[in-house]
Design a binder for this molecule. Structure first.
Ligand code: APR
Ligand code: ZN
Length: 247
């Protein structure tokens, strides 16, 4: 499959490219997307029911066990060719990465991530004093309950450093993301279903500023109709082809 000409032309003309990444960006690394069936121990859990302040208040040990399972899973996988292609591209062009993902695969591929809109698995913090906390090593096998660690400074309970449903996004990454979207020549929307706001509002913000918007996703999404171009391919197939074609 070659890069569709209209998309290649948009990328060639772009001096500044912003990428809005979703779970599909990490799918080919082996990290399940959110709306795919969960695998293994967690297949019977509704992720969205775990990723809420209410779930945390009601049962922190289950929520912490789930996040530690994700930490263990991310640590076991590698960045895919899509992550690596973006890292290569950012060496020769202005590529800003805004991600909804909480993994560190872009960073491990060599990219600098401008904004983790939904936080990171690797930045747990104290619920009392707010200080960053150490990431304890996850258990060797997934478990259903795991008491969250205590803050070394104040003894408060440590929570995952991610944004839960119903929580406000941290101001700084959101402002960085909207700036990168407004000032881009091209917004690539890679591997997101576009159902979670406010991140899903970014493509419309881009278009309102005259920024070309391209969706890279093997499936159609809620955002597809508002795209300038769509490319039904995957992150690890499409992005390396695009970056190679720009050389
Ligand atoms: N390459 C590109 N896209 C892919 C791939 C792939 N290999 N595999 C799947 N996709 C697409 C799917 O078609 C889908 O549109 O990735 C998208 C994944 O959608 P979701 O699972 O809804 O993930 P995302 O859009 O990132 O979810 C947004 O919701 O659960 C919350 O906070 C969580 O950040 C997450 C947010
Ligand atoms: Zn503390």
């Amino acid at each position: 499959m070659t890069v569709p000409h209209p998309i290649l032309a948009l990328a060639r003309r772009a001096r500044s490219v912003t990428v809005l990444a979703g779970a599909g960006m990490s799918a080919e690394s082996g990290v399940p997307t959110f709306r795919d069936a969960q695998t293994g121990l967690w297949e019977n859990f509704d992720v969205t029911a775990l990723a809420t302040p209410e779930a945390w208040r009601a049962d922190p040990a289950t929520v912490w066990a789930w996040y530690q399972w994700r930490v263990a899973l991310v640590r076991r996988v590698e960045p895919n060719a899509g992550h690596r292609a973006l890292a290569d591209w950012s060496k020769t062009a202005g590529v800003q990465i805004v991600t909804q993902n909480v993994d560190d695969l872009h960073e491990r591929a060599g990219s600098t991530v401008l904004a983790h809109l939904h936080g990171s698995l690797f930045s747990p913090r104290c619920t009392d004093c707010g200080r960053d906390a150490e990431i304890p090593d996850p258990p060797p096998e997934p478990v259903e309950h795991l008491d969250p660690p205590r803050c070394l400074h104040c003894g408060g309970m440590v929570r995952p450093g991610v944004v839960w449903f119903g929580e406000m996004l941290p101001r700084e990454p959101w402002d960085a993301a909207t700036g990168a979207v407004r000032n881009a020549d091209l917004l690539l929307v890679v591997g997101t279903s576009g159902v979670v706001y406010p991140a899903a509002r970014l493509p419309a913000l881009a278009r309102s500023q005259g920024v070309a918007v391209v969706e890279i996703n093997p499936e159609g999404t809620d955002l597809s109709d508002d795209m300038d171009e769509v490319w039904r391919t995957t992150a690890a197939v499409g992005l390396p082809q695009l970056v190679a074609a720009l050389r």
